[in-house]
Design a protein around this ligand. Structure first.
Ligand code: TXA
Ligand code: MG
Length: 353
């Protein structure tokens, strides 16, 4: 298949170009499109053959459910059995945006989309291209991240092209995404609500909006695997680089000297055994190392660290290094999402100091 790559303005998307993409969605094709978090691989939620193609193209297990992307509350009503009152407290303030909510599904939602579950994950994305594409398609769009299963989520069109070129009808090129990690997922069908995946909308903010506590299970911090049907996605091996990645976590990131010392020690140890080592550090620490070092950004700006995360992990996979040592970050705000992704990427190869 020849994949059309269509360049679209991220802020003022050209309607003609999006109308073409919407027509592809309506006729059962697949379109990779930007959201504010990461690129998604979309199909019309009601065309089951198209939804099935998503799983085939990504090599994704059929029981790992997809997120349904909507552009209006009218679409939400058709997809769910009920919208609990507390959902509105989040929806009113956080949609459109990087928040996915789990609801009881209506009979209209095919089980292919939900991996056989009776619940459905829904979000209204804020990216102008995503929102307009859904509107013009006149159909909610089921979409996982637009990477091959097991690879980091794509934060720019180059990543999508690497993984999916030749396999889908269209890739929209609207440059870098804005946030860099996937949406926060909250299950509202349980009492109290449960965080299934931390993301750009912080737990602190969600508690404030809800006016109640939410549960943060160990697996949402990236510290345990779960097997229950609560969040099936979490049972699958997440992105892990083909080469070893060692995460060094500190109990206190205000004093970085211990962290630097440990990373240096490890770097020397691996270098002695003739391994080519890459250090993935922060602006505050990067000049202290003698091994090749890249920075994810400043610890004072965890949003920029999140934005750089996946592209740096892809870079490590491509470059000629045998092993990477990566520094941990404070689990505050978007830091919780960063640490969840890093722990999973390290395959629990974690050193705590
Ligand atoms: O930011 C995002 O959320 C991106 C963009 C494209 O919107 N999407 C994304 O999709 O990250 P994906 O498929 O890579 O991750 C969706 C996660 C999976 O872990 C899946 O198991 C979980 O959401 N999920 C989907 N439906 C669910 C459900 N009914 N109950 C529990 N977890 C669900
Ligand atoms: Mg994904």
């Amino acid at each position: 298949m020849i994949t059309r790559i269509i360049k679209v303005d991220p802020i003022n998307p050209e309607p003609d170009k999006l109308r073409y993409c919407a027509e592809v969605i309506r006729s059962g094709g697949l379109v990779a499109f930007p959201t504010e978090t990461v690129y998604g691989l979309g199909a019309c939620v009601y065309i089951e053959d198209a939804v099935k193609k998503i799983f085939t193209v990504k090599n994704r297990p059929m029981d790992n459910p997809l997120i349904v992307h909507i552009s209006s509350m009218r679409q939400l009503d058709k997809l769910v059995k009920e919208v609990p009152d507390k959902a509105y407290r989040l929806i009113n303030k956080a949609w459109p945006g990087p928040l996915t909510l789990i609801f009881k599904k209506s009979d209209d939602v095919p089980h292919t989309v939900t991996g056989g579950l009776e619940t459905v994950a829904i979000r209204m994305p804020a990216h102008p291209v995503a929102l307009n594409l859904i509107k013009l398609s006149d159909c909610p769009i089921a979409a996982p991240s637009a990477n091959l299963a097991g690879r980091p989520s794509p934060t720019n069109p180059k990543h999508v092209i690497e993984d999916l070129s030749g396999k889908i009808e269209v890739i929209i090129d609207a440059g870098d995404t804005f946030l860099g990690v996937e949406s926060t997922i909250i299950n509202l069908t349980t009492n109290p609500p449960v965080l299934l995946r931390p993301g750009p909308l912080s737990v602190e903010k969600i508690r404030e909006l809800l006016g109640e506590d939410i549960i943060i299970p160990e697996f949402a911090r990236g510290l345990a695997e779960i097997e229950t049907a609560m969040s099936p996605g979490t049972k699958y091996k997440h992105y892990a680089p083909r080469k070893p990645l060692v995460l060094v976590e500190s109990s206190d990131y205000r004093d970085l000297s211990r962290l630097i010392k440990k990373v240096m020690e490890l770097c020397h140890e691996y270098s002695k055994s003739k391994k080519k080592v890459l250090i993935i550090a922060s602006d505050e620490t990067k000049d202290h190392y003698h091994c090749p070092t890249v920075s994810l950004g400043s610890r004072k700006n965890l949003a920029s660290v999140a934005r750089n995360l996946y592209k740096t992990l892809r870079l490590f996979d491509e470059l000629d290094y045998d092993i990477a040592i990566i520094e941990g970050f404070e689990e505050k705000g978007i830091g919780l999402a960063i640490m969840n992704r890093l722990r999973k990427a390290s395959g629990m190869n974690i050193i705590r100091i």
